[in-house]
Design a protein around this ligand. Structure first.
Ligand code: NAP
Length: 515
């Protein structure tokens, strides 16, 4: 549970509204602080929180990596990162205050003396910055280092609270394992050093405004829940389409593929939020219990059914926005004979009372013609047709657009004005920009997640059993694919996957959503 503290506003500032709780005093140690994530996401998010008055004045960031940086160099790099990734110049007075909280300590992640130095530096920060012994350890390193860092924190007893009211928390970046074995092994390691209540596993999709809004939409509006089930919903489509290729991640991606990079984690998280039962109360454990039940109810796809219920693709050379782009096999650090998938579709069933018989189609790919993340609830048709041409109308669709063009729309049939009873589809549309003002600040997912980690709210973080359950389900599919390694269909970059992708859904007399 979150700790309630009150923090006085800065001089001349308007106090925060009651529902905005600022973080308590704490020191955040970022392992891998010289890396890309820290530069692009973590520091800009912390700065935004500070500017919004949501970070305590008694905060400290302690960057910890091998690179020999001074505090000054770390601060300069932080300043550049904030300007580059927030796209605005940093207000000098706020930067002067904020930067005093940024510190850096070079060290090795597997070396006990480095952890002794870390302990000493944290004690100094407690004294200088009044961080009260509260610690958040953020693992922003390559994932193969998560185990050793966690174990070393435990051996150095840095996992223990400094005082009765204090806290020590561990935030772990993705990916959490690359299969069931590695995820279980990592969970065992983490839970040897830390109690599960101290652990915050990041899935940054859960920090997105639009994903949280799915929860608000479902749980705060009485009209949708009664129709949110097999009786009214024909099927659900989840799409995560990217126009980009593998960029500089070729070496990593070629080992992982689209399924493990996006579907097994982000898309299953979206699916569980869309499909879960309302929790008894909106708190971390009841919410995560309900998400876990969805994962447990996901029908397994035995290896012999992967051919029927899944489809993989890989992009060849093509064009995006009229510009020629390379094939996947031609990307940097990708094996020239790679069979790694860059596109995947799946048909899933959730075997519970709410969803029995209602398929969920998942589609994810790189080098698609458009960037779109969307959840579309496709409702059943009206039981009887009265009007000419009605059968050609699309059935009602509730589309929740996660990005871009964030919002929600409901598609329905309307009479075209005129003397005949002619129908056409129209959309009722909610857009963040027009409803909350053009300058509405869609906080970056990391702002919300960092704040929640400091506040002690685990609702938007994945629990150990959720992670393992997702891998249990994914294992069958991976096994099926291993047995048919060459069964990957090619598609030109700039197409919506291989031609087979249309056949995959056509055979159920349904169509993919168009973007
Ligand atoms: N970058 C993103 O946008 C992004 C998005 C989502 C998730 N993530 C996750 O966030 C984590 C960090 O990603 P990143 O892109 O920031 O990674 P990165 O830039 O490759 O690495 C982070 C830091 O870890 C240290 N490091 C690397 N290899 C090491 C080794 N063998 N031994 C000790 N230290 C090593 C490096 O610092 P030193 O050399 O100074 O020690 C490096 O600056 C990863 O788990 C990634 O999957 C990243």
């Amino acid at each position: 549970m979150a700790v309630d503290i009150s923090v006085s506003p800065r001089d001349g500032e308007v106090p925060l509204p009651a529902h905005l709780r600022p973080a308590p005093p704490c020191a955040m140690v970022i392992f891998g602080a010289s890396g890309d994530l820290t530069h692009r996401k973590l520091i800009p998010a912390l700065f935004d929180l500070y500017e919004a008055g949501l970070l305590s004045k008694q905060f400290a960031v302690l960057g910890f990596s091998r690179s020999a940086l001074s505090d000054g160099e770390f601060r300069r790099s932080a300043h550049d990162g904030i300007e580059q990734y927030t796209g605005r110049s940093v207000p000098e007075p706020i930067w002067q205050e904020f930067s005093k909280g940024l510190h850096y300590l070079p060290g090795r992640f597997d070396d006990a003396t480095s952890y002794e130095a870390l302990r000493a530096r944290l004690a100094e920060l407690d004294a200088d910055r009044k961080t009260q012994g509260n610690r958040v350890f953020y693992l922003a390193t390559p994932p193969e280092l998560f185990q050793v860092i966690t174990a070393c924190l435990g051996e150095a007893k840095l996992n223990q609270r400094q005082n009765e009211h204090g806290f020590v928390r561990l935030v772990i970046e993705k990916p959490f394992g690359t299969d069931l074995n590695t995820a279980q092994e990592l969970n065992r390691g983490v839970q040897t050093a830390f109690d599960e209540s101290q652990v915050y596993r990041i899935d940054h999709y859960l920090g997105k405004e639009t994903v949280q809004n799915i929860l608000a939409f479902r749980l705060a509006n009485g009209i949708f829940e009664p129709i949110w089930n097999r009786n009214f919903v024909d099927h659900v489509q989840l799409t995560v389409a990217e126009t980009v290729g593998v960029e500089r991640r070729g070496g990593y991606y070629d080992q992982i593929g689209a399924f493990r990079d996006v579907v097994e984690n982000h898309m299953l998280q979206l699916l569980s939020i869309v499909a879960m039962e309302p929790p008894v109360v909106f708190e971390a454990e009841p919410v995560r219990d309900e998400k876990l039940k969805v994962l447990k109810a996901l029908r397994r796809i035995p290896p012999e059914q992967t051919g029927e219920l899944t489809l993989r693709g890989q992009y060849t050379a093509g064009a995006i926005d009229g510009q020629p782009v390379s094939s996947y096999r031609g990307e940097e650090k990708v094996a020239p004979d790679s069979w790694t998938e860059t596109f995947v579709v799946l048909k899933l069933h959730i075997d519970n009372w709410r969803w029995a018989g209602t398929p969920f189609y998942l589609r994810h790919g790189k080098r698609m013609p458009a960037r779109a993340t969307e959840i579309a609830i496709q409702f059943k048709r009206a039981p009887q047709m009265f009007f000419p041409g009605e059968e050609r109308l699309e059935a009602n669709v509730l589309a929740m657009r996660i990005q871009p063009d964030e919002g929600i729309s409901l598609r329905f049939g309307a009479k075209v004005p005129g003397p005949t009873m002619q129908l056409q589809e129209v959309d009722m549309n909610f857009q963040y920009g027009s409803s909350f003002g053009p300058n509405v600040d869609q906080a970056d997912a990391y702002e919300r997640l960092l704040l929640d980690a400091m506040l002690g709210d685990r609702t938007l973080f994945t629990r150990a059993d959720e992670v393992e359950q997702a891998w249990i389900w994914a294992e069958d599919i991976l096994q099926g694919w291993r047995q048919h390694s060459s069964n990957v269909h090619f598609y030109p970059a700039g197409a919506w996957g291989p031609a087979w992708a249309d056949a995959f859904i056509d055979r159920d007399a349904r169509q993919w959503r168009k973007f």
